[in-house]
Every structure is written in structure tokens, then in C-alpha cells.
Design a protein around this ligand. Structure first.
Ligand SMILES: [Zn+2]
Ligand SMILES: [Zn+2]
Length: 368
């Protein structure tokens, strides 16, 4: 076993604290990674607080991980010691179901679904048919740590043109917004709406613009209109009834990145005939949809979950080629609990990225 250090929480009501634990030695197909940076995703907060009622404790969050390869197993061909690599939301999948075989591991249909970078299988054994546990593990520890061991097939290559700290949030926020833009065929000249202008919305707006789309972001925050202007996209306040009315029936695609229950009806009205509104931010029941608006113009309301490994590599390469990336602020791991509070209070418009070298400042690691 390898001894690892990180930050973890023991219960939903405790703060993240220094934690020492053990990881498996890399197997023949595994890559050992020295973690340099880890992005802070809103999912980390949901998970730490057990807001999806599935958290396994101790919980070491972090699924926007960038680091350097320090060791590889005997059969590893894709990565070499010294490579700058990334790990996103998944570290394995069944590889046998139809979605896995068609390269869409993020929709793995095996009894436990895919194996998440932290918090274990998406469907825990106790909820799986017959208590099945195809990965043989109940918990996994994420990137708020100094070291990670991951199967080579779930390790991404970080393009040289991307700074490692900027690449980190692309591994979740980037692919979560890129995958639906690609799936619904967003192309140059399309009119694309982005609902919500936080970490996901920022990436969605930049990606859609780089695809050549005419982008409008919808926000509740007046100050974010300036941010939209800075990005070179239109900004509209959600409360601006006249502004919304003027845009009725004009969008080819709308992506909702709002991370909580919200009303999509005013935005369905903005879609053209046959167009789709896709929700990626909220994994919970939404306010009811008025099907009159949907049916009268054959519109669709859809959802999308992160993206495949291939899409993740593609969005990293796309960001490098188009010189785009998230707006980030680097923090030390010691600031993580305050950072969570600011994210919850909606005080940040950039993505926090943890500089994992700050773990070295800790002298006292808990085992819980
Ligand atoms: Zn995430
Ligand atoms: Zn599968």
C-alpha cells in the first residue's frame, strides 16, 4: 500500500480536515500521479454535505485533478513517467455494456454504473440489484490529496499549451458543457443561450463562442453583465421580462447550468421550433414543464451527465487550440472550508483551484 495524505470529512456536518490514508499500489494497467492541482466543483460541496443522500465517509473530494506521472504499471502504454496528466469524474467503468462499448462510459449501465473518482461507484452495492459490487470497492478517494492511482484508460493527456491549473476545471466543468454542445450539434452561426453564469456557465459561454455560435448568457446578477461583455457575449438579466420577450423563439440551443432546482419554462419559450434546452447543472426534480410550449413547437427538454473520456480529451485539446479556459483563483487547501462557503453564497464567478503543494504545510494528519 502507498501512504497518502489529503483533506477529508468524516460526517456531513464536519469541516474538511487533514487526513492520512492508504492507496493501492499501481497494478499492471495503472498510473501513479503526483497531484499538482485540483479544481473545486459544486458537486464536491453537495457530496461533502451528503445533499444527494449517497455520500460514503470519510469523503476525500476532488475530480478535477492535474498532476505528473510518477510510476506506471508494466502494461501501461498510454502514459509515461513525467507526463502531465488529468483525471476527471470517472476512474473506471464496466467496459462491457452497450454505452461503454460505444465509448460513452459516463452512461455505463452495469449494476453499479461507473466508478467515480471519489465516493465509490455511482450506484453503491447496497442499491444495486442483488447487492452487486462489480468494482469490489465501496469508497474511492479523490484529488484533494497528494497522490492518485488510476487505470491508464481513464487518465487524460494535458496539452502543452494549457497551464496545469487552468486545465483542472476543464476535466469536469469543461466536459460537462462541451459534451451537450457537441451532442446537439452546435455550430457556427447558431444562437446559443447559457442559463446561469458560474463555473459551468463561464465554460459553456467560452466553448460555444469558440464554436462560432452567437452566445447569450442569462444571469440573476447585474455585475455579471459586465463579465459577459468582457467575454464578448450578450448578457440578459433573468428578471428582464422585456428582454426575454424580445428573444422569444430565437434560440437553436439553450444549456442550463444552474446548480439547483429552477424554472426552465421562461427559457423553453425562447427556443426555436425543434430546438432543445438541456439541463446539466441540477441533478434533482425541476419545476414542472409546461408541455404546451414544448408540444406546439416540437421542442425538447433534455439532460446530460458529464461526458465520455474521449469527449474529455477532445475538450482539453479544443481549449488548447482555441486558447480558452476557465477563470480561476488558486487557493491553498487550508482555505477550502471558506472557499465552499463563498461558492454556496454565490460570491465567486471563477473556479477555485487548490494548489496541492500547500498540503506540505500540514504537520498533523488525522486517520479518523
Ligand atoms: Zn464536478
Ligand atoms: Zn458499462
Amino acid at each position: 500500500m502507498i501512504s497518502a495524505k489529503g483533506y477529508a470529512t468524516k460526517h456531513s456536518y464536519t469541516r474538511l480536515k487533514p487526513y492520512s490514508f492508504e492507496r493501492e499500489e499501481p497494478g499492471a494497467h495503472d498510473v501513479e500521479i503526483d497531484v499538482l492541482f485540483c479544481g473545486v466543483c459544486h458537486s464536491d460541496i453537495h457530496q461533502v454535505k451528503n445533499e444527494w443522500s449517497n455520500t460514503v465517509y470519510p469523503c476525500v473530494p476532488g475530480h478535477e485533478v492535474v498532476g505528473r506521472v510518477t510510476r506506471v504499471g508494466a502494461n501501461v502504454q498510454k502514459h509515461a513517467v513525467g507526463d502531465l496528466v488529468g483525471v476527471g469524474c470517472m476512474i473506471d467503468s464496466c467496459r462491457q455494456c452497450e454505452p461503454c462499448k460505444s465509448g460513452e462510459e459516463n452512461y455505463c449501465e452495469c449494476p453499479n454504473s461507473w466508478l467515480a473518482t471519489y465516493n465509490g461507484p455511482m450506484v453503491p452495492a447496497k442499491q444495486a440489484p442483488g447487492g452487486q459490487n462489480v468494482y469490489g470497492r465501496e469508497n474511492t478517494f479523490g484529488g484533494y490529496s497528494d497522490i492518485l492511482v488510476v487505470n491508464q484508460d481513464f487518465v487524460l493527456k494535458i496539452p502543452a499549451a494549457l497551464k496545469p491549473e487552468v486545465a483542472a476545471p476543464i476535466l469536469c466543468a469543461g466536459v460537462t458543457t462541451y459534451s451537450p454542445l457537441k451532442h446537439w450539434g452546435v455550430k457556427a452561426g447558431d444562437k446559443v443561450g447559457v442559463l446561469g453564469f458560474g463555473g459551468l456557465g463561464d465554460m459553456a459561454a467560452k466553448l460555444a463562442k469558440a464554436m462560432g455560435a452567437d452566445v447569450t448568457v442569462f444571469t440573476r446578477t447585474k455585475e455579471k453583465l459586465d463579465e459577459a461583455a468582457r467575454l464578448g457575449v450578450q448578457g440578459v438579466l433573468e428578471s428582464d421580462q422585456d428582454g426575454l420577450k424580445a428573444l422569444k423563439g430565437s434560440f437553436d440551443f439553450i444549456l442550463s447550468t444552474v446548480p439547483e432546482k429552477h424554472d426552465v419554462n421562461p427559457f423553453i419559450a425562447l427556443l426555436k421550433r425543434d430546438a432543445t434546452l438541456c439541463v446539466v447543472g441540477a441533478l434533482e426534480p425541476l419545476a414542472g414543464v409546461n408541455n404546451q410550449e414544448v408540444a406546439f413547437h416540437r421542442k425538447s427538454v433534455a439532460g446530460s451527465l458529464i461526458g465520455s473520456i474521449a469527449d474529455t480529451q477532445e475538450v482539453l485539446d479544443f481549449c488548447a487550440a482555441h486558447n480558452i479556459g476557465p477563470d480561476i483563483e488558486i487557493i491553498d487547501i487550508q482555505e477550502i472550508n471558506d472557499a465552499y462557503k463563498k461558492v454556496i453564497d454565490g460570491e465567486v464567478r471563477f473556479r477555485y483551484v487548490i494548489d496541492m503543494a500547500s498540503l506540505d504545510k500540514e504537520t498533523d494528519f488525522n486517520t479518523f
